[in-house]
Design a binder for this molecule. Structure first.
Ligand code: UT7
Length: 332
């Protein structure tokens, strides 16, 4: 059967480094608390003069194309995972398509937060397996810094989230690549991690300009404890589901690239799977939680460091807003 394979990975992060020390000047927090609870030392924030979700994604794409020895013209379809598109609508897929000069090809947006990249990868994989496309660009990109409440009121989210973009080029192949994807959601928890505005649930009379003097609805709201408790359970469930579906055991995993939600979550999964430190790729220390971008940025760096070798079994897993959770098992 026709399979899909990742033939190129790339990433881009904004130049502006935001340290825990800097955040301590904006709100009541400190480096020790952030490192102990999350593992994060610094993250990147966009520069409004130069960075957009669309152009960060284009930079990540160009790196992926170059590494794959391909050009823009090889891309037949775009699947773009983001919850922070440049505009409320249209989505970021069309903006990236314009940036790449690919007028006419289809572009699809996926709004599944931290699980977005794996959902996007799964969709691209299905398009390739059915024979509809040969080369699909899969993106995870976010600018979250502009929606953070950087006062003490928002400190449980302001210290976590960061900006960045990652790209993967998926191509048809006769050899196994993406072995499986498993996708889940439980909308009962939608409001545990969300941004309310500008949602259509807001009645017209609340949409008057003076109402928006209270802009809290535009900021990220997260019930961190609740998210954490569900994350550790769902991460394990969806990884075990992937292993079982492929007749594999945890010992078969060569490298786990988890969504970079919180270093403590990654360490918990590492322990449960009995993986060595060099079998789990973490870069949350440097970038924070970049939502849909975190897995492709981490894969791009892991690949550049020689951590993904031919025939390796790579496991991707994510959990986040929705709640949504997902895994992918890949034969490299
Ligand atoms: O990407 C997927 C979705 N996101 C996640 O997976 C994140 C999951 N959740 C988490 O990572 C953690 O819940 C957090 C890192 C957000 C919070 O850590 P926690 O250990 O769950 O802390 P907490 O929310 O229980 O808060 C403990 C204390 C509170 O103070 P009191 O009430 O005990 O006096 C908070 O107000 O820590 C306080 N706190 C802070 N203190 C300093 C919360 N944020 C901060 C902060 N700096 N930035």
């Amino acid at each position: 059967m026709r399979a899909s394979k990742i033939v190129g990975l790339g990433h881009y992060v904004p130049e502006q480094v935001v340290t825990n020390e800097y955040l301590s000047t904006l709100m009541d927090t400190n480096d020790a608390w952030i490192v102990e609870r999350t593992g994060i030392k610094e993250r990147r924030w966009m520069n409004p003069a130069t960075d957009t979700v669309g152009n960060m994604a284009a930079k990540a794409t160009r790196m992926a194309l170059q590494r794959a020895n391909l050009t823009e013209k090889d891309i037949e379809f775009i699947v773009f995972a983001t919850i922070t598109s440049d505009y409320y609508f249209p989505g970021s897929g069309v903006i990236l398509q314009r940036e790449l000069g690919l007028e006419g090809i289809g572009a699809l947006d996926i709004k599944n937060a931290c699980s977005g990249f794996i959902y996007a990868l799964s969709i691209a994989d299905q398009f390739i397996k059915t024979g509809m496309y040969k080369t699909v660009l899969v993106i995870g990109a976010e600018i979250q810094s502009t929606a953070l409440d950087v006062t003490t009121r928002g400190r449980n989210t302001a210290v976590i989230f960061g900006d960045g973009a990652g790209a993967a080029i998926l191509q048809a192949s006769d050899k196994a690549g993406v072995l499986s994807t498993h996708l889940h959601a439980d909308g009962r928890f939608a409001e545990e991690l969300y941004v309310k505005d500008p949602g259509s649930s807001r009645p017209r009379e609340e949409r008057q300009p003076e109402q928006f003097l209270d802009t809290s609805g535009f900021k990220v709201h997260m019930n961190g404890n609740q998210v954490f408790k569900h994350a550790v359970v769902r991460f394990m469930e969806v990884i075990n589901e992937a292993l079982a579906a492929n007749g594999m055991k945890k010992e078969d995993i060569n490298l786990l690239v988890p969504h970079q939600a919180n270093l403590r979550i990654s360490q918990y999964i590492q322990e449960k799977l009995a993986l060595r430190d060099d079998q789990v790729y973490n870069n949350i220390m440097r970038y924070g939680n970049t939502t849909a971008a975190s897995i492709p940025i981490a894969m791009s760096e892991a690949w550049a460091e020689g951590k993904m070798k031919e025939n390796d079994v790579i496991c991707l897993a994510a959990f986040g807003s929705g709640f949504t959770w997902a895994s992918a098992l890949i034969r490299w």
